[in-house]
Design a protein around this ligand. Structure first.
Ligand code: PLP
Length: 453
């Protein structure tokens, strides 16, 4: 692939001028010939974005990205919520590079594994042991295996309203996109709705002494009802199941110690990833020694194969994680995410009011993790209107599948975003009045989890 000439940061224009996507479009065709789906994460795929979206990113700095054609965008979400400080964040790059020069992977453990374990466990109250890995899916899957081994049970209960826990069969088998997964595996995963303790209780009654683990995000979009999280924990303890919080998104966003600290409900096991390494591949399963130790050498029960991967403790990813966690602590990053998210929410709400979009466009979620909901003229959730909004934002230099901010989203970026939102909302308003198809450049975005293309 040809290298592109990138503009210097100093010459970045305040407004996006004419957008040219010719290189992106050329590579896009090639990408689908070489890579199923044209990308390595479905959430980044072409079907998730409007047709005018940049196809490939060449470079990122702070919360700005430049595509292969040199178009610049303010980005939200940033690496599927992994890049919390900012792209190419100097201290993280330097920490990783320093470590890289000492070697990436050895025949025996590296001492940085202990340092990383100490830094992480100090932040997560009640967690006594940790195993690192490279992605979130592996650690949630490990939690399920460990819970099954610990309890000697076979079933798993997952929160059915929450979108994602793992790329592995125990979760994907419960989605619409379950081709290739035997029914016998899917049947071992049960679902309960968020905020419905009675429903979970009924599952325990329907399958006595069979549920090994209950896994959920402590919070996704709706806040927990008073007593819900505490209730789940005591139910799990009464019924002998392991409670697992998936903190892939909530970790280092809700609170430095995760949503478990924010809500003062400590699960038996929890899983972290994404924000832990500012985009470097690092994830962690943490939890009570009593359970975690089954993956170790110091017990006489049956051995559990718990997260043993070639790259699990890649040294520079751990160095990046240590430095990221240090910065979180030193600079109140979490406080900044909440503050900027709240500010952005207010700016978007002003635009909603000014464009008479109440009930059609809504910003939901915690300030540190804002998403938007798009509705059509009948107030039904609409992918066509989501597409239109993203299309109009892209035209104005903002790549926003969500409004998830980072430490690099300063007031200047929020204001530029608010201007784009205001203009995009004007088009949204017209589309409500005259029909969305008139304003869409191409097909709508689609849900990832669907049975057929
Ligand atoms: C809540 C949650 N759990 C688990 C995962 C899986 O993480 P990974 O993509 O790193 O395997 C994700 C990824 O989006 C997630 O959002």
């Amino acid at each position: 692939m040809e290298h592109v000439q990138l503009p210097s940061l100093e010459s970045t224009p305040a407004r996006t001028p004419r957008q040219d996507f010719s290189k992106s479009r050329a590579i896009q065709r090639r990408a689908h010939q070489l890579i199923p789906g044209g990308a390595h994460t479905y959430a980044k795929g072409d079907d998730q974005y409007p047709v005018n979206a940049p196809g490939f990113i060449a470079r990122g700095y702070g919360c700005h990205v430049w595509d292969v054609d040199g178009n610049e965008f303010i980005e939200y979400g940033m690496g599927l919520r992994a890049v919390t400080l900012g792209h190419a964040y100097k201290r993280i790059v330097e920490a990783a590079y320093r470590q890289m020069q000492l070697g990436a992977n050895f025949t025996r453990p590296a001492s940085i594994e202990i340092e990383a374990a100490e830094v992480l466990l100090e932040m997560i109250d009640g967690s006594e042991m940790v195993k690192f890995a490279k992605n979130g899916s592996d650690v949630t899957t490990a939690a399920m295996r460990l819970a099954r081994a610990y309890t000697g049970r076979d079933l798993i209960a997952i929160c059915g309203d929450q979108p994602f826990f793992s790329t592995d069969n125990w979760f994907i088998g419960t989605t619409e996109m379950r081709a290739g997964i035997p029914k016998s595996i899917s049947e071992l995963t049960l679902k309960f709705p968020y905020n419905d303790l009675d429903a979970l209780n009924r599952l325990f009654d329907m399958y006595p002494s069979r549920i090994a683990a209950v896994i959920l995000e402590a919070e996704a979009c709706d806040p927990p009802k008073p007593g819900f999280l505490e209730g789940i924990k005591s139910l799990c303890e009464r019924k002998g199941a392991v409670l697992v919080f998936d903190e892939m998104i909530t970790g280092f966003r809700w609170h430095l110690g995760g949503a478990q600290n924010y809500y003062s409900v400590v699960p038996h096991l929890s899983t972290f990833g994404k924000a832990m390494g500012n985009g470097f591949a690092v994830s962690a399963l943490v939890g009570e020694r009593e359970i975690m130790r089954l993956g170790g050498l110091e017990h006489d029960r049956e051995r559990v194969f718990l997260l043993s991967t070639t790259h699990g403790a890649e040294t520079h990813a751990l160095a990046a994680a240590i430095e990221t966690m240090r910065i979180y602590r030193e600079q109140n990053v979490v406080g900044f995410l909440w503050q900027q998210g709240e500010r952005l929410r207010q700016l978007v709400n002003q635009s909603i009011a000014a464009n008479h979009l109440e009930g059609f466009f809504e910003v939901i979620g915690r300030p540190c993790n804002l998403v938007f909901v798009t509705r059509d003229q009948n107030h039904n959730q609409s992918q066509a209107f989501r597409t239109l909004f993203m299309q109009e934002m892209i035209r104005r230099g903002v790549l926003a599948p969500s409004f998830v901010v980072s430490f690099s989203h300063t007031d200047a970026e929020l204001e530029r975003t608010a201007e784009a939102v205001f203009e995009a909302h004007k088009v949204y308003r017209k589309a409500l009045d005259n029909g969305v198809d008139k304003y869409l450049e191409g097909r709508s975005v689609r849900r990832v989890f669907r049975r057929y293309n």
